[in-house]
Design a protein around this ligand. Structure first.
Ligand code: BV8
Length: 259
């Protein structure tokens, strides 16, 4: 265990590790940073290639998709392609191993849509923002007899978003876009975990996106110790009891392994 140069408990992994050891219930909130060491660019890393001139917030919206379906679809297709060769990293595995050693004690809440926690074997993952590798229909089928009936035919033509050959409905990624509500049950379960935990571990998120980032405040207000793991300052540092500067693949094993 590396002792920090200045013995400030706010920056001492040993103090954080002790809080975890004593916690009956632990909630973990992860963001794009925990996938960085798997080679997945974070959500606010500089966009590259075709996307240099777009902000993610301007692409990840229903309005953008309706206005430019091809462009938004291509952005998601490229992100899906990038995920193909990617593996979970030591941070993902440390969370899974802890869950396996202590069934029911750690609730994993993620903002990530890359599915890496699930692929690492984590269970009961509360995926607040959906799943990048799944599609759903943009609108109810215009020709269906009942609104809940899905479109019958998904026609995929190279490069175009799959669409219904009968009514023209478009398929869209099964993620939560900006301006869209989060899945109510998932958010309620995440909020309950935040309010009932003794420790909330916040790893790899800039803390800019709500309501996800608000879970850290809920945990703090309910009396939990809040621990932030990030190589850089975040918007949640002032909510935290401990701010550990480092990467998740390095610090999550340090905090969780052997517990
Ligand atoms: C909502 C899926 C109710 C899509 C994502 C105006 C109108 C409507 C809403 C709003 C509005 N103004 C504000 C809002 C609320 C809005 C919001 O919060 N906006 C922000 C930009 C201010 N929220 C919403 O719209 C949410 N819905 O509020 O509904 C509503 C409805 C209508 C009207 C009003 C309210 C929906 C939010 C969900 C958006 N979808 N993803 C997709 O992926 O394409 S969010 C997206 O951001 C990703 O999921 C990402 O995970 C998430 C959060 O970002 P981070 O994970 O933190 O990633 P980021 O790149 O920012 O930071 C990475 C961090 O990692 C950094 O800190 C870095 O230092 C660190 N790091 C780097 N390397 C490492 C590392 N950490 C550890 N180890 C490393 N190695």
């Amino acid at each position: 265990m590396t002792a920090p140069p200045s013995h400030d408990p706010r920056h001492d992994p040993r103090q954080a590790r002790q809080w975890i050891a004593q916690a009956a219930r632990i909630a973990v909130l992860t963001g794009a940073g925990v996938s960085a060491e798997s080679g997945v660019p974070t959500f606010r890393d500089a966009q590259t290639g075709l996307w240099t001139h777009f902000r993610p917030e301007d692409l990840a919206t229903e309005q953008a998709f309706r206005a430019h379906p091809q462009r938004v679809w291509d952005w998601y297709a490229e992100r899906r392609e990038m995920l193909r060769g990617v593996q979970p990293n030591a941070g993902h595995h440390a969370l899974t191993a802890f869950q396996q050693r202590h069934p029911g004690r750690l609730t994993l809440i993620t903002q990530n849509v890359d599915g890496l926690h699930q692929r690492a074997g984590s269970t009961g993952v509360l995926a607040l923002h959906g799943n990048l590798s799944a599609d759903r229909w943009l609108d109810p089928c215009a020709l269906a007899r009942r609104p809940q009936d899905a479109c019958p035919v998904e026609r995929a033509e190279p490069g175009r978003p799959p669409h219904c050959a009968q009514c023209g409905n478009l398929a869209r990624p099964d993620v939560v876009w900006f301006g869209e509500m989060l899945p109510a049950e998932t958010l309620a379960a995440a909020s309950r975990a935040a309010r009932e935990c003794q420790v909330m571990l916040v790893a790899g998120t800039s803390g800019q996106v709500y309501p996800a980032a608000g879970l850290a405040l809920q945990a703090r207000q309910a009396g939990a110790k809040v621990i932030v793991v990030n190589p850089a300052p975040t918007e949640l540092d002032e909510v935290a009891h401990a701010v550990l500067t480092g990467t998740s693949a390095q610090l999550l094993p340090e905090l969780l392994d052997g517990q």
